[in-house]
Ligand binder design. Sequence first.
Ligand code: CAA
Length: 240
Amino acid sequence: MTRTALVTGGSRGIGAAISKALKAEGHTVAATYAGNDEAAAAFTKETGIQTYKWNVADYEESAAGIAKVEADLGPIDIVVANAGITRDAPFHKMTPDQWKEVIDTNLTGVFNTVHPVWPGMRERKFGRVIVISSINGQKGQFAQVNYAATKAGDLGIVKSLAQEGARAGITANAICPGYIATEMVMAVPEKVRESIIAQIPAGRLGEPEEIARCVAFLASDDSQFINGSTISANGAQFFV
Ligand code: CAA
């Protein structure tokens, strides 16, 4: 069955691959972005996927944006909370602003994205909530106290939502990508990146499409009994 899907941070990186994969499944997709108008316009031109600009860290903006998507495209049955940022610094150098920015965007952003669509999912007795967490929420990471806290928080969110939504036909799952070839990982200093790749038994970074295919399955009607799960996709770098 084809449905309406919302992907936050859906015009770049892993999010862009997710938007495309959901469209390829026949879903109608809305992709949000925070600031890069040029990249969003290019993405829409390339894919035909509509983009919407709002700050996921802001509840009112998110709720208004979601209302607009639903007016344009129909009720949202699939929500992929993917938008995320890094502000890496060793803890002794991490500023309160670096902490707050990451918490507001990556963690509160999940609340702001899912909360407005949740009542509609409950009423329609169907929903798919997919949160893009990270290997670093599972294992922690030097210079990522802020980011790792949010990505570990994602796992608590889906486990709780899964229990609340199960009888209403809603599932909530997290995917923990390892290191994927995106701008975010490419921004890591080259030497550090090389040492990270050396720790991945697969011997390479993952591809965004390898995460997107997993999202497409979790978004499908076939995944109903998978609920509250954390799926790792990291080339055997880390096992929970
Ligand atoms: N483990 C142990 N020590 C480490 C380390 C690590 N992973 N990385 C750096 N260090 C050490 C350095 O060797 C150096 O030690 P010395 O002082 O003894 O030489 C020290 O820590 C670095 O201190 P600096 O004061 O020079 O650090 P800095 O303020 O310049 O910060 C950094 C540099 C921000 C840590 C930079 O190295 C960096 O960005 N590292 C990458 C962090 C990372 O892996 N981020 C993941 C991004 S990808 C992502 O988040 C996507 C996802 O979900 C997987």
